[in-house]
Design a binder for this molecule. Sequence first.
Ligand SMILES: [Zn+2]
Length: 256
Amino acid sequence: MLQFPSFDSAIASVPGMGQPEPWQLDQMNKFRPKGMKPYTADQMVSVPMLASHNLMSFSNGVWDDQSIESMAAFFPGKPMNLNHSWEDVQQNVGFVYSAYAIQTPDAPVNILNAADYFDINRSIVANHGFQFLLTYAAFPADSPAVNAIGYGMAKDVSTGGITDSTMICPLCDGEFFTDECDGHMPPHPMLLFFLGDEEGIDWAPYYIRAGFHTAVELTLCVSGNLPGAEVLTEPEEAGDPVEEEAGQAIGLQVIR
Ligand SMILES: [Zn+2]
């Protein structure tokens, strides 16, 4: 996990959307088919994405640090897909050529406060830092996907992978439904659907997704399951009064 002193400092050095820099082109060319002429910079567009992180998803789960590390190891070379279309290769519009697991002591406000998860997210950041997956995707310069991303029509991203569905209880630090957990119930949407009205169930505040994970594809979609997983956007100007007021309104400072 690469460490940076702040989220902004981690993002500051990330090359934005556009023609790849020489090191980026070298990375892309590692994945071209044998015999294919090397890609040139003017043929390709690179797009940086915050593809995953360790804060709350809309389905009440978080990734553990090993899952984020595993994504960084296995995403390079995997396709950039549309709408998690695992059964249609024509929905592949590019490929991930580089990925990094990064840890910072602070997290962006929009992710911390997403879906009213501020308290849980703040405690995760306090204990583990903000861990996120930075991916770079390569697209043919003339791909419609480049236009869609460039004009904000495609923005959210979502990871597609295979897991063994291990869920860890954050209260007991052990696996749910085993001796390691003191009878808590993971608030998975499926369990909430069937058991949400039952009395006497000791719901954990969230569940930690751990265990085996391997990357399959990264997808552009209308709305992903992980708040803030998206194409990186231009940062706000430093000292923007609107941003400062918004931060103060929820008492947000850099959280360590
Ligand atoms: Zn438990």
